[in-house]
Write a protein that binds this ligand. Structure first.
Ligand code: SAM
Length: 467
């Protein structure tokens, strides 16, 4: 890293900053480029960052700092923008986007990292001079010096609404989430303010890396030899505390993979429901990129069965094809099925959704999601669920899964399907997950980051009755 350490106090005064040549800092520069790409090109930070780290050959330390600055800034910018507004004569929305992004990176360093204040201010002023301009760098210097006068804990009560007047607004600012998501998550946890706050906090943490040992192909013991620790719930899961998952031999060879523990457990629960009659034909209707299909494929083979994995999009189906070994993979629209009615014993429907249960994984996602998408997705989910129920034979079982706890995408979709069909029996999904507590009041199961350390995945298990 081009590390300047703490050679300058508080960013220096504007005169000194002008006289001195700015220093280019690769970690901060890279974090800035990721933020600009997210803003200008709708890039995904978690795809962009590894690419830039590779292309620029950043050292391990610079890579870690760039990642922390980009992801942390993206997660925290709801709080940071309120603090910037309090320290500036212009509201953040009136600042040029490149300047605002650089200032946000400076605020993150000041309020959320151990970077010394003088280095946080000085490196940001240099970044602005190099990437935005000298005039804006003086502005950034003035704003950041004001920000540096308080800690995050001291700023938040000053810049957030009084919780007695506006609880949602207070949680939105203090935990850096859009209001509509705070409301949706509060409703999903049952209205409790403390639990909502714990959930929002968990969204701001980096998720641990969880591996799946695909049954019959690898074991948790094998993963442990690479430094992973057996996980809390899934018999196939192990947590990898550090290092690149691709360097684990079983992962490199496709016998194991990265997969959230809740994602493993919802697939496992589908396979645990006892069936009368045949049990050899399974369908994963929305399979891309193939996390659940990889596990279902291995489990199907162990039981002498076969998985058909479908996805609407060719490139997503290709990813499924690459990650599964024995499954048949097709490009198909679940709404215009390429299979006959009642063809399957078990159907996984992991429906397209808002992804509000995986906000930890995609730092910018919370700002990009549009609440208007919820009713559109809910309508699609309902139609896909009907199609999944048609695809399963009488006596067979459908898992309806979303990586969102939004009630409109979970309880309401399932409730509506039950209301319009007379061939559906709702099972208590929690019975098929005996190793996990606190999955909610039932009959469906809801995982939570703040309770289980997993994504907030929802599972309903529905058996198709005859006629
Ligand atoms: C939530 S993702 C599935 C994740 C996957 N099950 C896994 O565990 O990796 C939803 C998938 O549904 C696919 N999809 C959306 N509409 C579809 C449709 N009408 N028919 C089939 N697949 C669809 C999307 O392309 C996307 O890959």
């Amino acid at each position: 890293m081009t590390q300047r350490g703490g050679q300058r106090g508080g960013g220096g005064d504007a005169g000194r900053a002008r006289a001195r040549k700015p220093v280019r800092d690769e970690a901060r520069n890279t974090a800035y480029d990721v933020l600009r790409a997210v803003d200008e090109r709708d890039a995904y930070a978690n795809l962009m960052m590894p690419k830039l780290i590779r292309d620029r050959r950043l050292s391990g330390r610079d890579a870690a700092l760039a990642t922390e600055l980009a992801y942390g800034t993206l997660r925290g910018l709801g709080s940071y923008d309120e603090i910037i507004a309090a320290c500036s004569d212009r509201p953040p929305e009136d600042l040029d986007a490149p300047l605002l992004d650089a200032i946000r990176i400076g605020v993150h360093q000041l309020l959320k990292t151990r970077v010394p204040p003088h280095a946080a201010v000085g490196t940001t002023v240099d970044l602005v001079r190099l990437r935005v301009g000298t005039g804006p760098s003086r502005y950034a210097n003035a704003v950041l010096r004001k920000v540096a006068t308080r800690s995050l804990a001291d700023w938040l009560p000053i810049v957030s609404p009084d919780p007695d007047d506006d609880l949602v607004g207070n949680l939105a600012v203090t935990h850096s989430h859009p209001r509509w998501i705070v409301t949706a998550l509060r409703d999903a946890v049952g209205g409790d303010a403390q639990e909502t706050a714990a959930l929002l906090d968990a969204d701001n943490e980096r998720p641990r890396v969880t591996l799946v040992a695909r049954p019959g192909r690898s074991t948790v013991e094998e993963l442990a030899e690479s430094g992973a620790a057996p996980a809390a719930y899934s018999p196939y899961a192990a947590y990898l505390p550090e290092g690149d998952p691709a360097s684990v031999p079983a992962v490199a060879e496709g016998r194991a993979a990265v997969q959230d523990e809740a994602s493993q457990l919802v697939a496992l629960a589908l396979t645990r429901v006892p069936l009368d009659g045949g049990d050899s034909s399974w369908l994963d209707m929305c399979a891309g990129p193939g996390g659940k299909a990889g596990l279902l494929d291995a489990l199907a083979v162990q039981g002498g069965g076969h998985l058909l994995a479908a996805d609407l999009q060719y490139h997503r189906a290709r990813l499924v094809w690459r990650t599964t070994r024995d499954a048949s993979v097709i490009v198909a629209d679940g709404l215009a099925p390429a299979w006959r009615e009642g063809a399957f014993d078990r159907v996984m429907l992991d429906a397209p959704c808002t992804g509000l249960g995986a906000l930890r994984r995609r730092p910018e996602a919370r700002w990009r999601r549009d609440p208007a998408a919820v009713p559109e997705l809910a309508a699609l989910q309902g139609r896909l669920l009907d199609s999944a129920l048609d695809a399963v034979r009488p006596g067979g079982v459908v898992a309806y899964v979303t990586c969102s706890p939004h009630l409109a995408e979970t309880q309401v979709v399932v409730g509506d399907a039950i209301g319009r069909r007379d061939d559906v029996e709702v099972l208590d999904a929690r019975e098929f997950l005996p190793e996990v507590d606190e999955l909610g009041p039932g009959p469906h199961a809801q995982f939570w980051p703040h309770r289980h350390g997993t994504d907030a995945m929802f599972l309903a298990l529905l058996r198709r009755r005859s006629g």
